[in-house]
Design a protein around this ligand. Structure first.
Ligand SMILES: [Fe+2]
Length: 239
């Protein structure tokens, strides 16, 4: 099997546009954000967590929509390994939903955050050391570049918040992409506005963002969005 992505150069990974290079780039940025969050408090910690969500959730959503289906086709162990990673993603989605309800400086937030960090790091190691080297072994460089563009295009138009009820597999997650992306990215802009402004505008942005969160809660329970699931990654919640 190919060595871990961590030990390979950009040329070995298939060049700057290869899906392997793009994955490794995001994983390095994730590590940097985790360290910044660990050192931050209050509004700064909240804003950094929001940036981490905007990195992590589109990254994982595009993996589940584009990359894992390709790996299941080309890599013999793909079914088993992608299912294992989908279970990790599901757990991260569920824990992040809990984290969003807590005060960022509370001991409960710090404790839950540590559990999430452990899972995020385990997920990166599973991908860089096991799953992605198998993909590298199975397909030529030009396929890695084609997958890189497809993954990037999906990542740029994917939801930016945790959605534990939505299926981790097509067709459910593909159907979920457009409406949840619209709502999530709208909430991101409102939350930014709320942090930057004060007084009436800030509280109006916060309450509008809360209303959009409730809209997302209704959308994600619509039947087409929960289809395609492996039973082990189904949260089974009702609104
Ligand atoms: Fe990844």
């Amino acid at each position: 099997m190919s060595p871990s992505l961590a030990d390979q150069t950009v040329a070995q990974l298939g060049g700057p546009h290869s899906v392997l290079t793009r994955q490794k780039r995001d994983h390095i940025e994730l590590d940097r954000l985790i360290e910044s969050i660990d050192a931050a408090t209050g509004d700064e910690r909240g804003a950094l967590l929001n940036r981490l969500c905007r990195l992590v959730f589109p990254h994982a959503f595009a993996e589940e929509s584009v990359l894992w289906p390709a790996i299941r086709r080309w890599v013999p162990e793909g079914e088993e390994l992608t299912l294992e990673i989908e279970r990790e993603h599901q757990e991260i989605n569920e824990l992040f939903t809990e984290l969003e309800k807590l005060d960022v400086d509370s001991p409960q937030h710090h404790e839950l955050w540590r559990r999430i960090v452990a899972l995020l790091r385990e997920d990166v190691r599973d991908e860089e050391d096991r799953l992605l080297p198998m993909l590298q072994q199975a397909v030529p460089h030009r396929a890695l570049v084609a997958l890189g563009w497809a993954w990037e295009a999906t990542r740029r138009t994917s939801p930016t918040r945790p959605h534990p009820v939505v299926a981790r597999r097509p067709p459910g997650n593909v159907a979920a992409a457009a409406p949840l992306t619209f709502v999530d990215r709208g909430r991101d802009r409102l939350d930014q506005l709320s942090r930057r402004s004060g007084g009436t505008l800030s509280s109006a942005s916060t309450s509008l963002s809360g209303a959009l969160a409730r809209v997302a809660g209704v959308i994600e329970h619509l039947p087409p969005l929960t289809r395609g699931e492996d039973p082990s990654t189904y949260s089974g919640r009702t609104p």
